[in-house]
Design a protein around this ligand. Sequence first.
Ligand code: 5GP
Ligand code: ZN
Length: 116
Amino acid sequence: MQRSSCIFCRIADGDLPANRVHEDDEIVAFHDLSPQAPTHILVIPRRHIVSAEELTGDDAALAGRLLLVAGGLARSEGIAEGGYRLVTNVGTDGGQSVPHLHLHLLGGRAMGWPPG
Ligand code: 5GP
Ligand code: ZN
C-alpha cells in the first residue's frame, strides 16, 4: 500500500491534520476524530503495519513502546488514576475500520464489559 492512500500514514507524515499529543521518531498519538469517551487517543507507529496480526518478533521493541507511550499519555492526560482501557481492533470481526495498527486509549468514564 502507498502511504498516500492510508489516512493514518498521512496523519503521521503531517499531510492530514490531527490534534497530536505525542510524536517521536517511531510513534505518533492524536485525538480520535469521533471520541467514544472523554479521553480517546489513538497511538500509532509511523511505519505502515496493518494490524497487530502483522507484528513479528522484529517488532517487539516497537510493540512495547506503543504500550509505554499509551501509558505515559494516560498519566499526562490525567486518566491513569481512575483507570483506562487500551484496545486494538484487528480485522473484520475485531471491528477494525482503519487498516493501520493503532491503540485506542480510552478513559474519563467507567467502561463496560463485555465489549460490543
Ligand atoms: P478502528 O475502528 O480501526 O479500531 O479505529 C479507527 C478509529 O479512527 C476510529 O475510532 C475513528 O473515529 C478514527 N478515525 C478515522 N478517521 C480519522 C481521522 O481522519 N482522524 C482522526 N483523528 N481519527 C480518525
Ligand atoms: Zn498506514
